[in-house]
Design a protein around this ligand. Structure first.
Ligand code: ADE
Length: 221
């Protein structure tokens, strides 16, 4: 099994994988882990990978270009690509096992700051959340997913299982967008460029409901 972890903080990942059971699994060639720095794939001179959100709001949003280019540098037709986000499908043992059965090449994309430009979803197989809480970045979740998956690889560890679930405000976040306005034909919704903050707020509330219904309908029950 090969796992490529895309991140802006490679040291977080290397610190973990160079210890203990994972290190042993790597040495035994049961698992191959590659760390890819998303910053290496920006086309902007100053190494910029994020920008302010269209429509306003707090924090910075990871841009399409560096993230999609980093994914495209490592993926092939058999790869499975997942973003680590709080909006993703809840990760559990069943999912870990399923991933091991489905692919020999997993790509985990760790976000940071306020999240990914929503259009990046068009370039991945899905989103994974490790639980209903918001962490400062996707590195820990990426490591959690990698670690849980590696336990299903024969020879890494003895078989074992557990489950985990729960959520805070019963609602997922609205989609975010940053520059450029159009990326490979995918446009930022017009309303976010309107400057009408009342409308944007209303639109985002609707989007929260739409996204929650679409991605996690169980939260609305
Ligand atoms: N990024 C921030 N919080 C996260 C979570 N709970 N799961 C996956 N990625 C995240």
């Amino acid at each position: 099994m090969r796992i490529d972890i895309l991140t802006l903080f490679p040291n977080i990942i290397s610190a973990y994988i160079n210890e203990s059971i994972i290190k042993r699994a790597i040495n035994k060639k049961l698992i191959e882990i590659n760390i890819i720095n998303i910053r290496d794939y920006t086309l902007l001179k100053n190494g910029q990978v994020d920008d302010t959100p269209y429509g306003g709001g707090a924090g910075m949003v990871l841009m399409c270009e560096p993230v999609v280019r980093a994914i495209e540098a490592v993926r092939d037709k058999n790869s499975l690509v997942y973003l680590l986000t709080p909006q993703g499908a809840s990760f559990n043992e069943e999912m870990a096992q399923e991933i091991v059965l489905k692919t020999k090449h997993l790509i985990l994309v760790c976000g940071h700051y306020e999240g990914f430009d929503e259009r990046i979803l068009n370039f991945v197989n899905g989103e994974i959340s490790i639980g209903d809480y918001v962490l400062t970045g996707g590195e820990l979740p990426g490591l959690v997913v990698m670690d849980a998956i590696s336990r299903f690889i024969p020879g890494v560890i003895r078989e074992e299982s557990f489950k985990d679930d729960s959520f805070k405000d019963n609602m997922l976040d609205y989609p975010k967008y940053t520059k450029p306005r159009e990326f490979r034909g995918l446009k930022v919704p017009d309303i976010l460029l309107s400057g009408d903050h009342a409308k944007i707020k209303e639109y985002r509330e609707q989007e929260k409901l739409r996204v929650t219904k679409e991605k996690r309908p169980d939260l609305l029950k």
